[in-house]
Structure formats: C-alpha cells, structure tokens
Design a protein around this ligand. Structure first.
Ligand code: AOS
Ligand code: ZN
Ligand code: ZN
Length: 386
C-alpha cells in the first residue's frame, strides 16, 4: 500500500503557469516585486527553480502573446537546458481593444476572424514545439440584457471552436475553460461546465473541459463536476487555485484544503492521477503580495499533500461502509485519510527522489532570490489580475 502511494506521489506531475512569475495585482494596484522576470526566458528560469526543489513540476504553461518570442523551438531548447519543458499553450483573446464586445463571439466578423486566427496561431505554436494541449478561455459575454443575442453568440463560438478543432494535429487537444463571470457581468458565453461540455461533445474526442477551481459560484460542489466529467472522459485539465470570493487566484489549497482533497479523491478513485490518464494538473495563480517562486513551491506542496491524503483513503473499507449503508462509517474512513499528517511521508518521498525534504527552506537557502534581485532590473507584468 505505502509503496504504491509513494510511487504515485513520485509520478505525479504539476504544470506551472509562466504568468505566476511576473508581477500581478488587482485593478487597484500592482505591487511590483524586485527580481521578477523580464522575458519569457527568465520566467522559465524561475519555473525551473520550482521543479528543482519539488521534482514534480517539469513543465511550464505559456500564455501567448505574453510569452511571445521569435523562436519557440529555441525557447523549448532553453527550457530543456534548465531541466524543464514547455507545457500547455494558453490563448489570449481578451486584452486587445478590438475585443471590447467579445472575441470569437463578437458581432463584428472581422474581430471574430482576428480572434480565431490567434487560436490557430496557438495551435501552430503548440505543434512546432510538440506540445499536446491548447487551452482556450474566453472573456466573451455581455454586460446588459439585450446587448447581444445569447443564441447568436453561441453559434459564433461553435464556429470558431470548430475551425480551431479542425486545425489540431493527431495528438493535440483543445481544452475549453469556463468561468461564471468576469469580465462580463450579465452573460458569459462559456459560463459553466455544462456549456463547455456541450461544445466539447459536439467537437469530438480531442476537445475536453478545463476546470479552474476559482471559476464557480460560491458553494458549488466541484468534485461532483470532476466525477461527472471523468466518467464521460471529458475532463482534460485543471487550473488549480484558491478563492474566498471570486476568481481570487490565490495559492491552491490555501483557502479550502478539504475541497482540494475531495477533488483529488475523485481523481484517485478514477485512477486518473497517472500521466497516461491525460489529465493536466496546472496551477493558474497570481502572487500579488507574496514572493512568487516560493509561493509556487508551496502550491505544488499543497497539491501533493491533498493527493497523498487522497491516496491514503482505505477504498476497501470505504466501499464496504457504502455498501452497508453505513453513513457515519463511510464518512469516518474518508475523514481519517483527510486528517492524516502526510508531511513526513512527503518528506521521505522527496528524499527518495534525491531532493531536500523541505523545498521551501532549500530554495530560501539557495540564494537564488538575492541573485535575481541583483541581476534583473525592471521586471515584467504578468498581464492583469488573471
Ligand atoms: C481567467 O480567468 C482564466 O483563469 C484563464 O485561465 C486565463 O487565461 C489565465 O488565468 C491567465 O489570465
Ligand atoms: Zn484559469
Ligand atoms: Zn481565472
């Protein structure tokens, strides 16, 4: 049992977002930090630090055009030299002036063309560097009743998705992310998993849903969505983060570690932790007031802790209690796993992997933070609040 748990933990993979290393903030203020990356290359260097101390975060998701470079193959080579690889390509059709009334759902066909061309460019970039996944999140929606036709916007969305889907290579995937609201406040064109699922279903096997844990109404049972999509083979990826209010993008596992455990329990039950299962576990976070590299390290550790607890659930005892209708017994089995202190186990697993058992302290003692402050002046903004 413990051997299997250890092996599963060693084999776990968590993808880091390049934008987590840049400056970020709210619409009120961006508090610039010293030493943040000035280029996509420096974001890769920072992400490599997270992998170096955790051993389970070997890929970096890019956001285009935030991470636009002349030569993506060169960037991929640079990543490799630093012990990491490029991950999911995230499209960005939300920050140009043209997109005020939407991108792929905009009433103006010329704007829709521009947006779809960008999605196609992302598929091309992914193909050029051998990346499987292209992730689409649309800020599209309306602010006022009557502003635009809800149905026509769905038609326009379907058309753009189809064109993008048709451009995918054999082994590529289109990942569609939903979000309840923001920046649109009345209707959002992909507001929930049902909408994302329906579009992905129509597109085909290479289209799957992304669950960003911060994109739901308060109180939403996210593990139900996880279980449902897994059952339908339509769960492609997670954007992990924590929220207290809306799309807060705080460190995963910081606001509600129990929710994260419940989500990872569904993953373990479906045997979907294995990389071959094809679920991409990504972080989508912004570190507005905390130092970014240790925050990413801490986030990876939080996911590992929730995963370790989920792996410790006694499935035989749980199934027995469930079959017998033993409500309290089943709940007790579940809670026993959640209440286990898995930090010593994870420290051992790290040692088995040749890592320091305490990644945060190891990073702090490395002197890397001082080095980047000294060497980098005028760091880049991640984009906006993300
Ligand atoms: C936006 O709220 C989404 O979470 C997207 O995943 C977005 O592309 C990312 O957060 C960067 O802004
Ligand atoms: Zn996201
Ligand atoms: Zn978000």
């Amino acid at each position: 049992m413990t051997d299997a748990v250890r092996a599963a933990l060693r084999g776990q993979r968590i993808e880091l977002p390049s934008w987590a290393f840049g400056n970020s903030g709210t619409r009120f203020k961006v508090f610039a930090q010293q030493g943040v990356p000035r280029t996509p290359y420096e974001k890769i260097e920072d992400a490599a630090q997270v992998h170096r101390y955790t051993g389970v975060a070997p890929t970096v998701a890019l956001h285009i055009p935030w991470d636009k470079v002349e030569d993506y193959t060169h960037l991929a080579g640079f990543a490799k030299e630093h012990g990491v690889g490029l991950g999911t390509i995230n499209a960005n059709v939300f920050q140009d002036n043209d997109y005020m009334l939407g991108s792929v759902t905009n009433p103006d066909p010329a704007v829709r063309r521009k947006a779809t061309d960008h999605l196609l460019e992302c598929v091309e970039i992914a193909a050029a560097v051998g990346v499987r996944d292209v992730k689409l999140w649309f800020s599209d929606g309306t602010n006022y009743p009557g502003q635009d036709s809800i149905r026509a916007r769905q038609d326009r969305l379907a058309e753009a998705l189809q064109e993008t889907y048709d451009a995918l290579g054999e082994d590529q995937r289109l990942l569609l992310e939903y979000k309840l609201f923001e920046p649109a406040f009345y209707t959002t064109d992909v507001p929930d998993w049902g909408t994302a699922y329906a579009h992905c279903l129509r597109l085909g096997d290479k289209a799957q849903v992304v669950i960003d844990t911060g994109h739901h109404a308060p109180g939403t049972n996210i593990e139900f969505i996880v279980a449902f999509l897994l059952r339908e083979a339509k769960l492609g990826a997670f954007d992990f983060n924590s929220r207290f209010y809306a799309d807060d993008d705080l460190m995963v596992g910081s606001a509600d570690p129990f929710q994260l455990f419940r989500i990872m329990h569904e993953i373990v039950l479906a045997d979907a932790l294995r990389q071959e299962a094809g679920i991409a576990f990504m972080l989508d976070q912004c570190h507005n007031i905390e130092p970014k590299i240790p925050a990413q390290i801490r986030s990876v550790m939080n996911v590992q802790e929730a995963t370790a607890k989920a792996l410790l659930v006694d499935h035989d005892a749980l199934a027995k209690a469930q079959d017998e209708g033993d409500v309290l017994g089943a709940n007790a089995v579940f809670m026993d796993a959640y209440n286990t202190d898995v930090r010593p186990l994870l420290a051992e697993v790290r040692q088995e992997m040749g890592l320091d058992p305490d990644p945060v302290t190891a990073y702090r003692d490395s002197g890397y933070a001082d080095k980047i402050v000294a060497e980098r002046v005028g760091g880049q903004q991640a984009g906006w609040g993300a």
